[in-house]
Design a protein around this ligand. Structure first.
Ligand code: FPP
Length: 254
């Protein structure tokens, strides 16, 4: 048994040889404003957003990033006008259909986080086929957050944990952080080191609220359709200049 409380045991080794970030999460915001600034429909911004996503996946792969999580559709996005919702669903379908072969050839592993039960069956099937095909790939893991909301994820995890205990005839309480984390959609995915939000908005918007507890946050005014390798490198540069202490203090010479 470790003498340390759980959060301290999660501290990374002081001499991490790779500077990271190992896991980058992105809130791809600003598609609508990018299009409207040009007098175009919002959907054109989403369409260009897919191109920015392709650039970013390639750049993340080239830079040796292990995990890239993208917020593609939130549990709250269903509130958008039906035409925009169906456009976004169609874009995601086409992205998986058109890009899967290239992702697989590039050794990219695809994963989904989010509420699968509330996901349209055709999209769920496509993503699960992509997960199956790419499950043994070892370069970048592309985590698609679809029908994802952090509060929803935490509630689903709690329900599943308690149901599993009931089925096993185990006392429901107490639960630990590790118990709950094991039932999150991200159970086998490391926490993000760097969380980027584009478009100048300064919010988490219900994205990875558990996992981002100690992530470094970088907010850039770049609108998502303009995001590229240089913007990703700038965010990584900012990350590398940060002093990550995870609530502890830096060891000092005495
Ligand atoms: C936010 O921009 C973006 C979204 C709600 C959807 C993100 C989707 C894409 C980038 C399209 C490609 C994704 C995949 C996985 C195919 P916004 O519409 O909120 O922009 P605004 O804040 O300027 O209105």
């Amino acid at each position: 048994m470790s003498p340390y409380p759980e959060p301290l045991r999660q501290l990374p080794a002081a001499s991490d040889p790779a500077p990271g970030p190992h896991h980058v999460a992105i809130i791809m915001d600003g598609n609508g404003r990018w299009a409207q600034a040009r007098g175009w429909p919002r959907t054109e911004g989403h369409r260009r957003g897919v191109e920015a996503l392709r650039r970013t996946v390639r750049a993340a792969s080239d830079l040796g990033i292990g995990y890239l999580t993208i917020f593609s559709f939130s549990t709250e996005n269903w509130r958008r006008p039906p035409t925009e919702v169906s456009f976004l669903l169609g874009l995601l379908k086409r992205f998986v259909q058109n890009d899967l072969a290239e992702l697989h050839a590039s050794n990219v592993r695809v994963r989904m986080i989010g509420d699968r039960d509330g996901t349209p069956p055709d999209i769920r099937e496509l993503i699960e086929q992509a997960e199956h095909l790419t499950r043994d790939n070892t370069a970048l893991t592309l985590v698609i957050a679809f029908n994802y909301g952090a509060r929803d994820e935490i509630v689903r995890a709690t329900n599943r944990l308690l149901a599993a205990r009931a089925a096993a005839g185990v006392a429901p309480l107490p639960i630990s952080e590790a118990d709950l984390a094991a039932y999150l959609d991200t159970a086998d995915i490391p926490d993000p080191d760097l969380l980027i939000r584009t478009s100048g908005e300064l919010r988490l918007s219900n994205f990875l609220m558990w996992q981002a507890a100690y992530s470094e946050l970088v907010f850039t005014p770049v609108l998502w359709p303009d995001f590229d390798r240089a913007a990703l490198e700038a965010a990584i540069h900012e990350y590398r200049g940060r002093d990550r202490r995870f609530g502890a203090v830096k060891q000092q010479a005495v």
